[in-house]
Ligand binder design. Structure first.
Ligand code: GRG
Length: 298
């Protein structure tokens, strides 16, 4: 791995995030210990740490926030929310997956009650950690938290997951697909960009620019995810491959086919680059991150 490449940068960010998650997710309380163990099982199973890495990259680049304790704490909170969503998504009532991040899913390792409660606990703990993040003005934290919660709840991830899970209640149209992917995946990725701006008290125009960039980046990420679900193996993915076809999911591949999905990924990547050009990034890391998202296809 070349020094200064985005892969190297992501590995540094991942190390920093992993270390802090470990500290945050430890408890001496005898009764809470098994709950923390379950939370840790899924959090420490790995994961690329894309969302927290985005926060650290944007914070360092636009706001000169190298090794900012509060930003690392807020970034860990976002990763906890992401992990909670994966734990719940894997449950039999939803995607019913046995395998995630290369190991058995939490409900397989323990049981469904443990998985539901560990997910709940990760979400509420994440909010506590975010609110306690050091070195930010209270008004900026409230603004950031508000953007984060919009991306997670009825206007974001949960709403997208609802439509995805209960697709029989909707038509299988382009509009439905676009809603699912924007909400289920792109919203939290977009928030990772915009929340960082909000935490540092950026102007509204910058926050909106970050949000637009994040939305395209998130869509790119999801289109690629739909493609690799059919083109890569379970071993490479760390989760069961071919699940979308098996579950008759509405995806870019099922609606448009692989070739068109690939073209749409390129179009979304171009849109994201154009958004990045409008922000005053000092380094090339954000653009390299977009290229990395796109490269996952290969
Ligand atoms: C249960 C409310 C609720 C929401 C679930 C995240 C999610 C919403 C569903 C996951 C289904 C899925 C596989 C979506 C594709 C895009 C995606 C979010 C992939 C997983 O994210 P990565 O690739 O995973 O960043 P790692 O493990 O690297 O963190």
């Amino acid at each position: 791995m070349q020094k200064n490449s985005i892969e190297f940068e992501l590995s540094l960010k991942k190390r920093e995030i992993d270390k802090n998650l470990k500290t945050l997710l430890s408890s001496k309380d005898r009764f809470a210990k098994p709950l923390y163990e379950a939370m840790n099982y899924s959090v420490s199973a790995g994961g690329k740490r894309i969302r927290p890495a985005i926060m650290l990259l944007v914070g360092e680049d636009l706001f000169s926030a190298k090794r900012h304790r509060g930003l690392i704490q807020a970034a860990c909170a976002v990763e906890m929310i992401h992990t909670y969503s994966l734990i719940h998504d894997d449950l039999p009532a939803m995607d019913n997956d046995d395998f995630r991040r290369g190991i058995p899913t939490l409900h397989k390792r323990y049981d469904e009650a443990v998985a539901i409660l560990a997910g709940d606990a990760l979400f509420s703990y994440a909010l506590e950690i975010f609110l306690k993040a050091e070195g930010f003005k209270d008004k900026d934290k409230i603004n950031g938290l508000s953007l984060l919660l919009q991306s997670v709840g009825t206007r974001g991830m949960v709403a997208g997951q609802f439509v995805d899970t209960k697709i029989e209640m909707y038509d299988r149209s382009k509009k439905t697909l676009s809603y699912i992917h924007l909400k289920k995946t792109a919203a939290l990725i977009s928030a990772s960009f915009s929340v960082t701006g909000a935490l540092f008290g950026a102007k509204q125009k910058t926050i909106e620019g970050l949000s637009a960039l994040g939305e395209s980046a998130g869509l790119l990420f999801q289109i690629v995810d739909d493609i690799i679900d059919v083109t890569q193996t379970s071993k490479t993915l760390g989760k069961t491959a071919g699940k979308d076809v098996e579950q008759n999911k509405l995806t870019y591949v099922s609606l448009y086919g692989i070739d068109r999905a690939q073209k749409m990924a390129s179009k979304e990547a171009a849109k994201a680059y154009a958004c990045a050009d409008k922000l005053n990034f000092k380094t090339n890391f954000v653009k390299e991150l977009l290229a990395y998202f796109h490269r996952r296809i290969k």
